[in-house]
Design a protein around this ligand. Structure first.
Ligand code: GDP
Length: 211
């Protein structure tokens, strides 16, 4: 079993931001998409897993509409392994239930279009906040991804906001609620750098399973 505490990121660069399907860059390396409601801690986790503080912008304006942002990284999952290229795809935050209808429609068009058309997309991380209930939108997204045949790993963020007992109970509850719907449920604290190895482990597994 590879030792994921020794993941090395050699390179991480911004590729582009696409607001429409027509703006997607040509596919290159295998892609890992990261989804989640605005303010869930997506930018912070992206920075944490790539070990680059300024890669993704940590937003001060939750709900800001934006496109799908791609980053190319070169990674070695464990000592002795080959380096490999991966593209991380930061999906726009959803949770515009109260926002303008056009925003909701463009999110759906962009994300559904991307997932359906992108051969290079291999797996998805769906981030959910430790202090929020699982929303209907999140459960629907899991079911839709399962129907599309894309692995989905639910990652509970901001675990440092909970005590040890609460953390265990929450993971158990989410696993029960999502059993049969998602590939895994795990928990991270980007703030404390906890759970990051586990995230890489899920990604590495899916990339290896689908060459
Ligand atoms: P995004 O909108 O999903 O990209 O979320 P951000 O990464 O911008 O984070 C939203 C807020 O949550 C910011 O104030 C972060 O500092 C905070 N945050 C992100 N990750 C963590 C974490 O692991 N622990 C705690 N306590 N706060 C976090």
């Amino acid at each position: 079993m590879a030792d994921f505490s020794k993941v090395t990121i050699f390179d991480a660069t911004f590729v582009s931001e696409a607001r429409e399907l027509s703006q997607f860059p040509a596919a290159g390396a295998p892609e890992v998409a990261i989804a989640g409601r605005s303010n869930v801690g997506k930018s912070t986790l992206l920075n944490s897993i790539t070990n680059r503080n300024g890669l993704a912008r940590v937003s001060k304006t939750p709900g800001r509409t934006r496109g799908l942002v791609m980053f190319d990284i070169t990674i070695r999952f464990a000592p002795g392994e080959e380096r490999q290229a991966i593209r991380l795809v930061d999906l726009p935050g959803y949770g515009y239930a109260k926002g303008p209808k056009e925003d909701r429609l463009s999110w759906k068009t962009l994300v559904e279009g991307y997932v359906r058309s992108r051969e290079a997309l291999k797996t998805m991380l769906l981030l959910v906040d430790a202090r929020r209930d699982l929303g209907e939108e999140e459960v629907q997204l899991c079911d839709w991804l399962a129907a599309e045949g894309l692995p989905c790993h639910v990652v509970i963020t901001k675990s440092d906001k909970l005590g040890a007992t609460e953390r265990g109970l929450l993971v158990k509850a989410r696993k029960e609620a999502l059993r049969g719907r998602v590939s895994s449920v795990s928990m991270v604290s980007a703030l404390k750098s906890e759970g990051i190895e586990e995230v890489w482990k899920k990604i590495a597994y899916d990339l290896r399973a689908t060459p």
